[in-house]
Ligand binder design. Sequence first.
Ligand code: ZN
Ligand code: FE
Ligand code: FE
Ligand code: ZN
Length: 267
Amino acid sequence: MIPDYHIHTGRCGHASGGMRQYADEAVNKGLGEIGFSDHIPMYWLPSDSRDPGLAMAEEQFPGYVAEVLGLKSEFSSLSIRLGVEVDYIPGRETAIKPFLLGCPFDYVIGSVHYIDGWGFDNPALLEEFGRQNIDEIYEKYFDLLCAAASSRLFDIIAHPDLIKKFGHRPAAPPLELYRRAAVAMAGAGVCVEVNTAGLRVPAEEIYPSLDFLRICRLEGVPASTGSDAHAPGLVGAGFSQAADLLREAGYREVAVFKGRTRNMIKI
Ligand code: ZN
Ligand code: FE
Ligand code: FE
Ligand code: ZN
């Protein structure tokens, strides 16, 4: 079974369940390897403007790390890795870097959830899609994705076409934007994440789409896999479809990480 490297926990304020429940679920489903990648504390914001529903508080972070390290040694049949999901915010690279280097992460996932401060994947902020031209929204989103890849802060770029979440799409698939993103990821040696959360939202399609993933394959971008589980029952959700999509795009292996060093395993 492919690894699930994108798992949240109750600490982030919008997921349910404790870490042990996620790990137990992984064992029950026969996964061999998982990684926790909860949302990084949004420490770059003033503390009074941090939304406790978006990410854990800074004080919770040491407990998060300690609990993953504890579970690692407790589970023998399941490899558990320590990761984190980090919002890419242009201009904040130098603030994020020391934080990432100061922790014993196995891998770091970089995500684009904001365009000029607009949280486009937040269902409460959907109206903005009606105010801007969809092609321009896609351009801006993919520019940020390329910058995130090229920042070299991350090992994995999450849900690479998250902008399609609510079904807003350009008239034709933006192949040139996919190509630019794939070239940026290949150039930085960062993985593209095959994320099954897209199956559970209006887009009804894994992130990334098959045509995007094919381009990633052609450009030599390694792939990693994750469910983006925000509830224990979602660990490994949609993974047979993810494996099918990977094979259809030409992939025969996926990435695993230890101490921020990548290895490939057969699928
Ligand atoms: Zn989340
Ligand atoms: Fe995300
Ligand atoms: Fe996530
Ligand atoms: Zn995510």
